[in-house]
Design a protein around this ligand. Sequence first.
Ligand code: SF4
Ligand code: SF4
Length: 313
Amino acid sequence: MSTDVPMSDEERLEAAQEAPRPHFEPEVELRVFAGVRSQAPDPVKPVALKPTDKFAFRCHRGVSCWNACCHGADVTLTPYDILRLCSHFGVRPAEFLERYTVPALHDTTDMPVVKLKMGGEDGKGPCSFMVAEGCSVYADRPLTCRYYPLGLVSHKLKDSEKKEDFHFLVNEAHCKGHLESQTQTVEDFRSEQGVAEYEAINRGWVDILMKLASWKSIGGPMGKAASDQARQMFFMVSTDVDRFRRFVFETRFLELYEIAPEAVEQIKTDDEALVRLGFDWLKNVLFNEPTILMRQEVLQTAIAHARAGVGGA
Ligand code: SF4
Ligand code: SF4
């Protein structure tokens, strides 16, 4: 499965050097995870919850709605979700994507992502991982499933790098967990659900989505939508670490960028390290952030070409 139009890796690398960059950052709010299952009027409670705020909720096998939320679920997979699920099944991303995902557009940014495939012709059937006992991949379930019934919003002020995260409650009629008497704070729920490990790796991805949401709100860099090249690069890094590894090792990538020899050794086998490098590379080529350095001689050649171009104009 792929959302690509044909383009060689060398062409993609060249295109990355030419990618247009946005020139200012408006205020932006990104609903990172909502986890909404139903088509009913928006069940999101528009109240920002602080880490210490409490909410009533408990999910257990005794609830009458057991597994109801695992039908027709809207689960966008983050890069770390894919790594964890691949490891769970002992498969590589290409096979995992083919078997368990469908291509989709990220709700806020329109960038290509993958979502978990749901059963039924209308996609309202059970998740492929649902069994009578519950979730068969529970230890490696995606972040959206960990968060439910909370959602996460990242908010950034105009021309600021500072972001604030806050949570909100998704209260859908089918979910009887809200009627339980158990209460917990947002931070206790997050800790119980093990979201920190996921967020530590996905943070760079969320940063990129935030900036892409900024692009979208101003009509894209220089007033244009994100290019096909930008979309392809984002999709490659977000979904398939093997494709990105081939991209790094089988193009001139390592000739163009300063990557420490020990880091080069590490990314040959370490998927998490490679995904982090992918986020740094995307931030550099899409937004001109100094997250990865171009080699000095490459930079000087580029400057000389640029000066020659200006002089000859
Ligand atoms: S991954 Fe597990 S928790 Fe998430 S929708 Fe599927 S069965 Fe439910
Ligand atoms: S209580 Fe809510 S989260 Fe738990 S099974 Fe029912 S619908 Fe799903």
